[in-house]
Design a protein around this ligand. Structure first.
Ligand code: HEM
Length: 289
């Protein structure tokens, strides 16, 4: 049965009012797909438009997946409660881009479903992507209010699957990246930051002091993962890869970019806390007056 209430909820706030905030985010989520479609129609996707579209939809699927995982931390760290109402929309957006990605893969295999399945079964990174895709689809389908009610406590357990799906997708991304895993390492570093946040006790999740450790820890792990990857796959000296993080002549390496994102989060959180502190006493003065 179609859950029309959940569909309407895409652009309504929890109180049932039309939400401009959600409408803007919905339009922004549709933008990358629309731009890819426009480029395709205008023959601007290069010599192999299907391959290019597979890449773009895959990239947006994984980006929206990481954004989905960042929603709850954003509420805690940045003190931004309204952001939580976006979680379902952003998660479903990721599943939609993943579906387009898979559909384009089928197009690339000339709609030959037998070939699609043999390709998936014969290439490990495709098999991993396929498992992740089925998981994402299951989460998107069961994300409605009706499913939430009927699954009860099991709903939360089921949706914890996202913490398994994300590493699978990151691995799929890294393996297909072949020569340059920079972007995959960067997203993996952000994922590590988000997992650090989830691992600490709830009472610390709104504090500032763990944030510098998260930034440095996630950056270090990203650097080690990158070095390990090139050592194992390309037989490159891992110490040289680690050393490259200190050289910014070609722009910041992914591990450095992870630290920078961590620092920006810390600064924004600090400013939000200062503004809040400053507002409370001025509010009290108003009440007293
Ligand atoms: C249904 C299973 C899947 C199949 C058959 C599949 C297939 C592919 C293929 C063929 C490529 C391009 C490889 C190349 O050019 O060498 C690719 C890349 C990629 N896929 Fe998937 N994929 C699947 C699931 C997913 C899922 C669920 C996600 C994310 C949520 C995802 C994210 C990506 C990303 C980020 C890339 C790299 C894009 C780039 O580097 O520009 N894939 N995938």
């Amino acid at each position: 049965m179609i859950d029309f209430k959940s569909i309407a909820g895409v652009i309504h706030d929890p109180a049932g009012r039309l939400s401009p905030f959600k409408i803007v985010v919905l339009l922004l989520s549709l933008l990358p797909g629309t731009l890819t479609a426009i480029d395709w129609i205008g023959h601007d996707l290069g010599a192999r438009p299907v391959t290019e579209a597979i890449h773009q939809t895959g990239l947006w699927a994984i980006r929206f997946l990481i954004i989905t995982l960042a929603v709850t931390p954003a509420r805690g760290v940045l003190d931004f409660p309204r952001v939580v109402m976006l979680r379902r929309m952003v998660g479903v957006t990721s599943a939609c881009y993943a579906t387009a990605h898979f559909a384009l893969f089928i197009v690339d295999q000339n709609y030959n479903l037998f070939k699609v399945m043999t390709e998936i079964l014969s290439r490990f990174y495709l098999a991993i992507g396929y498992v992740a895709f089925l998981g994402l689809l299951a989460l998107a389908i069961t994300s409605t209010d009706d499913w939430q009610r009927s699954l009860g406590r099991d709903w939360k357990k089921l949706h914890k699957l996202i913490f398994v799906i994300a590493p699978l997708v990151l691995f799929h991304y890294a393996v297909q990246s072949k020569a340059d895993v920079s972007d995959a390492v960067f997203l993996t570093g952000l994922f590590v930051w988000l997992m650090f946040w989830r691992a600490i006790p709830r009472r610390w999740q709104t504090k500032l002091w763990p944030l510098p450790a998260f930034a440095i820890g996630a950056g270090l792990l990203a650097a080690l993962m990158e070095a390990g990857w090139y050592m194992v796959r390309n037989n490159v000296n891992g110490l040289q890869v680690l050393d490259a993080n200190l050289d910014i002549s070609y722009g910041p390496r992914p591990a450095v970019a992870v630290v920078l994102v961590g620092v920006v989060v810390l600064l924004v959180a600090a400013v939000r806390k200062l503004v809040k502190k400053w507002r409370v006493p001025s509010g009290m003065v108003r009440t007293q007056g």
